[in-house]
Design a protein around this ligand. Structure first.
Ligand SMILES: [Zn+2]
Length: 179
């Protein structure tokens, strides 16, 4: 007699995907590989519970009057790490997402963060300098566009979206008559 596997709702501990086992195994596998590819490219990416915990810890250090500038820099970067993970996840683990250092510079460009950091003189400059000095902050930064003030999720700019489509429709010798 053939025994049927009992269906149940599960959540993958590694990628955080919730699904019905075994019906959605394939959907999960696809999602899981996208997640793994993203961690391979961007490094560790935090899932929701870890993100919330890190955010809370970082804010506590950030607003503590006794914290040093060095501690505050780490706290802001951890906050950004948390937002970064959420942003990559919101983009369905898209590998075209800007790298972490570029993402930090995009947030630091915002009025929101400039205002938040303004009580601590030199903190904004120190964070910009730190993230500008890394290898992944390339001259390609402009192609990623910007993140609207106060927002933390990156959205692929239209120019980047249409790039692949444009290359499929290169002008032909007859001056594009085929259009
Ligand atoms: Zn998974």
């Amino acid at each position: 007699m053939k025994t049927r596997v009992k269906e149940r709702t599960v959540r993958c501990e590694e990628c955080g995907f919730g699904y019905i086992f075994p019906i959605d195994n394939r959907i999960h596998a696809k999602y899981h590989y996208r997640y793994l590819d993203a961690t391979y490219k961007f490094g560790q990416l935090l899932l929701y519970p870890e993100r919330e915990e890190l955010k809370q810890q970082s804010w506590t250090i950030f607003i503590d009057e006794c914290s040093s500038d060095a501690e505050r820099i780490i706290a802001v970067e951890q906050l950004f790490q948390s937002h970064f993970s959420r942003s990559v996840e919101s983009n369905n683990w898209n590998l075209e997402h800007p790298p972490f250092e570029t993402y930090c510079l995009m947030l630091l460009d915002q009025k929101h963060w400039k205002n938040l950091l303004s009580p601590w003189l030199g903190l904004h400059e120190a964070l910009v300098k730190k993230n500008s000095n890394t290898r992944s902050c390339s001259s390609k930064r402009a192609i990623y566009g910007s993140i609207p003030d106060g927002k933390t999720v990156w959205r692929k700019p239209f120019t980047l979206r249409s790039k692949s489509r444009r290359s499929l429709h290169k002008p032909t010798k007859d001056g594009g008559k085929s259009r």
